[in-house]
Design a protein around this ligand. Structure first.
Ligand SMILES: [Zn+2]
Ligand SMILES: [Zn+2]
Length: 83
């Protein structure tokens, strides 16, 4: 494939490539925040154990329960909502 230095790679091609390598879950937190695609596809929002992997979300503290770091979530996904 020819290299075109002045255009971004085709997102669909990259996305398919990433999915085939198991990176299908792009980070929805970054995507919703309008981060560039290579930021939001560079990590998952959460790992298999449900721990927050997103560095942007890890830096966020939940205003409802003060969770941050590996337990970070937005207030929409706060466990205190489920009561
Ligand atoms: Zn993220
Ligand atoms: Zn919370």
């Amino acid at each position: 494939m020819a290299i075109r230095p002045h255009s971004w790679p085709d997102y669909d091609v990259i996305g398919r490539e990433l999915r085939s390598r198991g990176f299908g879950d792009k980070c929805r937190f970054c995507a919703n925040n309008g981060e560039l695609w290579f930021v939001s596809t560079s990590h998952k929002l959460k790992d298999e154990q449900g721990r927050t992997r997103c560095p942007m979300l890890q830096a966020y503290t939940c205003p409802k329960c003060r969770a941050c770091g590996l337990n970070a979530h937005t207030k929409k996904y706060c466990p205190t909502n489920r009561r």
